[in-house]
Design a protein around this ligand. Structure first.
Ligand code: SF4
Length: 153
């Protein structure tokens, strides 16, 4: 991802955050929004968002199931600054659902414009798809000798 795409993405995130703040949905901090199957929804994101998320998220065990997000630990998001639009916009507050749809449509349209302007193509898929596509980090190097203490003379 180029720096200019990254900057445009951040502007879209900031606009979505501001729109959500203005709408003021209620959050009961149940954490259900990150446990997808239990709550009956799927987090979709674009390839751009996935790249930004993976740059800022901690390592995670694979394979990742479609049921939930590995970055939710003890009910909290451990990738908060890098979280994608769906996480920023989604709240279960029933009074916010209509506004949520409008904010989502606006943000996704802005993302598509970025894809079009930069000719990157458009790839939109559930979270586990992107997380499983990322290769596992190499295992710790067991061949590196451990430091032996210097003999005391
Ligand atoms: S990235 Fe954070 S907010 Fe989004 S689903 Fe995962 S834990 Fe939840």
């Amino acid at each position: 991802m180029t720096e200019s795409v990254r900057d445009e993405l951040r502007v879209i995130y900031a606009a979505a955050d501001a729109a959500v703040r203005a709408a003021g949905p209620r959050c009961e901090a149940s954490g259900r929004c990150c446990r997808f199957t239990e709550y009956g929804h799927t987090l979709f994101l674009s390839a751009f968002e996935a790249e930004l998320l993976l740059e800022g998220a901690p390592e995670y065990p694979r394979p990742v199931s479609r049921d939930g997000c590995p970055f939710q630990i003890d009910g909290l998001c451990t990738a908060r600054d890098a979280r994608p639009l769906g996480c920023r916009i989604y709240f279960c507050d029933p009074t916010y659902q209509e506004r949520m749809t409008a904010i989502t449509e606006e943000a996704v349209a802005a993302l598509k414009r970025v894809a079009e302007t930069h000719g990157t193509g458009w790839h939109y898929a559930p979270l586990h798809h992107f997380l499983n596509a990322r290769p596992e980090p190499p295992p710790a190097d067991s061949m590196t000798p451990t430091r032996t203490p210097l003999p005391v003379v």
